[in-house]
Design a protein. Structure first.
Length: 118
């Protein structure tokens, strides 16, 4: 099983970016999918998560600005980030709880860098 994240880059404050993360390999089902971020010198934190049924959860710092969604057919999770701020600068990682036929395990993507700067 692999998670491939994409969509990071450099954006000005107030701008938008859309991250994508596709899961591939031997997948029977996917439970929770989420995005985490880690800024320099800080611990990794949860940004947003979504269940297979579409229930979402957001960090307070991104509520109203970020939207998480998923395509269960494509095994892909998205993070639409609007009104970006310099403090959103971080490496963003996707994570998915995947059942490959036995039990659920957590898998991480490789990370994609988001830089918000003028």
């Amino acid at each position: 099983v692999q998670l491939q994240a994409s969509g990071g880059g450099l954006v000005q404050p107030g701008g938008s970016l859309r991250l994508s993360c596709a899961a591939s390999g031997s997948i029977f089902s996917i439970n929770v999918m989420g995005w985490y971020r880690q800024a320099p010198g800080k611990q990794r934190e949860l940004v947003a998560a979504i269940t297979s049924g579409g229930r979402t959860n957001y960090a307070d710092s991104v509520k109203g600005r970020f939207t998480i969604s998923r395509d269960n057919v494509k095994n892909t999770v998205y993070l639409q980030m609007n009104s970006l701020k310099p403090e959103d600068t971080a490496v963003y990682y996707c994570k998915a709880d995947i059942d490959s036929g036995s039990y659920y395990l957590g898998y991480w993507g490789q990370g994609t860098l988001v830089t918000v700067s003028s």
